[in-house]
Design a protein around this ligand. Sequence first.
Ligand code: HEM
Length: 518
Amino acid sequence: MHVLLSALVDHPVSLFISVTFLAFVLHVAYHLLLSPLSKVPGPWYAAVSDLWLTSHTLRLEKCKTIHGLLEKYGPIVRVGPNRVVFRDSLTAKTVYMNPTFYKSSYYKTLQMNDDDHAMTTLEHAEHAARRKGYASHYVPSNIATFQSEVQQYSVDLVDVLDNLAGKSSVDSLTLLRQYMVDVVTSVSFGCHVGALAKWAMDAEDEFCTAVGDFPKRGMLRGALPPWLWNLVCLIPIPRWQLLCRADTIMSKFVSERVYEARAQMTAGGHPDKKTLVHHLLEHKLSPAGASMSDREIIAEHMAHFVAGCDTTAITFTYMLWELSRREDITQNLQAELDAVMPDSKTVPDLSVLLNLPYLNAFIKEGLRMYSATPSLLERVVPTSMSRSSSSAEPFEAMGYILPPGTIVATQAWSVHRDASVFYSPETFAPERWLNAGPAALRTMEQHLMPFGLGTRVCGGMNFANIILRVGIASLLRNFDILVGSGTNERSMAILDSGFVVFPAAMKCNLTFRPRQQR
Ligand code: HEM
């Protein structure tokens, strides 16, 4: 022993290698045998390091990989040294409804210009104060007052496609992002930016491009050290420059409109309709009367563009892609829509659309299979599960005690593909929502979580539900949708950035053939 030690001291490199090796062995032994999470099932290589999960995130297959583990190991799996994933409705209820479970620090990667917004505030009280600022804007009664704007943009969408007369295919993802930018700008600021019109004229719209680029920019920025990011941003390729400047472009667009609305309000002007900006400008963050700062208002607006435009455009695109391959579903939808839309360009009132059984079943099925955000929604196990008590109270998930600080999460991708709830889960079948008995229907509804769950559920959920119904009704009443050039199973394979999914080809060419041409 003495000889070995003196040999190591004489050879510092050997000493370094030996100490590193020992530290590694102790690290592995701790995570596999002694950690409070060591009893939770899962592969050993995931338990000892986050590198394994990171490598799958970088390969854009995080939620599919985690789904594979849930299928293999059962409803609770350890996917990292400090990370546990589950697929269980009771556990989901505790984690997402209990405000003592804060969001994990992952959400900070979604900040806007390094500023927080509702989605990135981790702690409950701070989030509640911000959410109050925008929540009244998206309640069904208020958002319904914007239905004429949504209807008008969907008719504009039909007109743009009518002009093409089905002669060429179009990238639906880009087109629908433009449509969403028009819709969200109108309900956020009460103004018209003409994004669809620009698309029709083949004119570049920097803001729409920035909205689409923002998540990709975030992904790249998160993967590179700051110095390297700053360096690559100097590469003088115009398209690349546009991506690097996505935050600046969005911030400029939003701040101009925020300052305009403030000036109007200060001058005593009353808007015809109270839009999101008015709600945020009037909002008090605390009972003492502190308003939101300009930076906070701008970040909140930018977040609603990013959270609302790409997500809705992606889900909408996948719904159309499904229709391009399924004549049976198209015919059912068209039969229902023909009956309530005698004039193909007059979209019925929401009260009518919300009561169309097949349309509703189609939208639910689309959200089940193609939610744009089906990945882990991470929360942190609190020290105490009760807000009134500070004493430590262990959190038990499906028979395992998870200590405070453990990251826990479920993901819509797996919940929506649970074969015990949704028969043939990989089949797109709107009928499942129409033919199920009351108990099975209730169970399916309880397991549908495209917009997240509980206290942090999607703020724009009601709005998205309206947009999807109005959009699908307008397009299907007027067009048959056909697969376009270059679009196939491979190009539409779902990749995920860790939060939002997108088609492998990042586009989806479809042909919109006017129905009278059939
Ligand atoms: C199909 C379309 C959409 C999907 C699938 C979707 C999905 C989601 C999900 C899963 C979350 C919760 C994330 C979490 O728990 O961490 C979320 C949050 C949010 N979404 Fe959506 N969303 C959609 C459309 C929209 C729209 C149209 C808007 C508004 C214009 C919007 C605004 C927001 C906001 C503000 C939050 C943050 C909520 C908070 O923490 O207070 N979303 N969304």
